[in-house]
Ligand binder design. Sequence first.
Ligand SMILES: Cc1cc2nc3c(=O)[nH]c(=O)nc-3n(C[C@H](O)[C@H](O)[C@H](O)COP(=O)(O)OP(=O)(O)OC[C@H]3O[C@@H](n4cnc5c(N)ncnc54)[C@H](O)[C@@H]3O)c2cc1C
Length: 373
Amino acid sequence: MRSVDIIIIGGGLSGSAVAYGLARKNAGKVLLFDEQLSAQRLSRGNFGLTWFMCKGGNNPAYAQWCRMATRAWPNFAAELEEETGYDLELEWNGGAIHAIGEEQFAAHAASIENLKKICAEVGMDYPVRMLNRAEFADLIPGMTIGEQVSGAMFTEDQGHVNPLKLLGAMRCAFQKRGGTYLCGESVTSVSPQKNGTFIIHTSMDQYCCDKVIIAAGHGSAKLLAPLGVKLNIYPQRGQLMVTERQKKVMTFPVLAVRQTKDGSFMVGLSTEDTAHDSRVTVEAMKNQATGALQLFPDLAKVNWTRAWGSVRVMTPDGAPIYSKLEEYPDITVMALHSAVSLAPLKLSAIAPWIMGEGEDKLISSFSNGRFNV
Ligand SMILES: Cc1cc2nc3c(=O)[nH]c(=O)nc-3n(C[C@H](O)[C@H](O)[C@H](O)COP(=O)(O)OP(=O)(O)OC[C@H]3O[C@@H](n4cnc5c(N)ncnc54)[C@H](O)[C@@H]3O)c2cc1C
């Protein structure tokens, strides 16, 4: 049986980011497993936003965590690109959430004030401002904005990437630094041993290790149940639609509409509680298209070419779970939405914490146990 230092189960955005973070820290022999089932496309089927705006209004620790992550994104991306030669297609020109009507405009303004205070409590900025309709329109001269749009909240300090390139680059950087990525191999169980090590059983082999990281998305609950741990997550479907390529006119994303580097518009962000069903539905596509046309009526002239659904890993409060198991502190669990936006913190905060090199004061707010009350 092969013995290594750390085994990471799940090579999606979370597992790959932490794998890269551990490899950067010379954490020893690290194996990353991903079973590569086509239905598990969450890390490949998302919107690619690197976003903090509006997150954590009811959860100060999450708001601060998101802000920290976004501040770290430009350097994180530059290092990853330099190390791997990948172009992440990062556009860092800002992001907006438009408002329909005056009531929503006022609600957006109130959200900014709330989150400014929350971030200021820990000495962090929250550089978001309201734009009136004319100011918002001036920022997107190539698109006509819909009549009902009253303005938008806007920040210069966030952006979007190609999530496929991000995933590929993190796996590549991990391997360049000596990590081993085993795709197509499914972990079937984690067995704690009396001497404090763990035996990992897979579809092909058995391995022994000192630390385990379970970052298997919806696959994590199944691995944790035999260890007596209930993971507090639930499935939430989101659907995305993509258009044919157009002249590039948007320089930053609006929450539900972004234009990729190659010119396609992506429209989306439906939220549906539909268990583990990742199919697309006409109803959700109709709703999404209606919302997009309300914002940019000219999109009515563009053909949709593709659509897909994927199933979010959601927690009851929307914030991530980063937990060391009480009984087995060398098993770390992570389960989260927004793994694109939060990727840099896997390097700066999560990998050092796993290695026992200090704990960011926000991490204890994200335990799995916070829901067991
Ligand atoms: C429509 C939509 C839009 C989104 N937009 C954004 C966005 O703009 N920005 C953002 O930050 N986030 C966004 N997200 C969320 C983001 O996609 C997720 O947070 C992210 O993909 C979660 O990554 P993960 O690695 O934790 O989980 P997953 O992507 O589910 O990865 C888990 C991996 O574990 C593997 N696995 C499972 N069980 C096993 C096992 N037993 N053995 C081996 N491997 C196993 C699976 O094959 C899978 O590859 C969006 C999500 C949706 C649905």
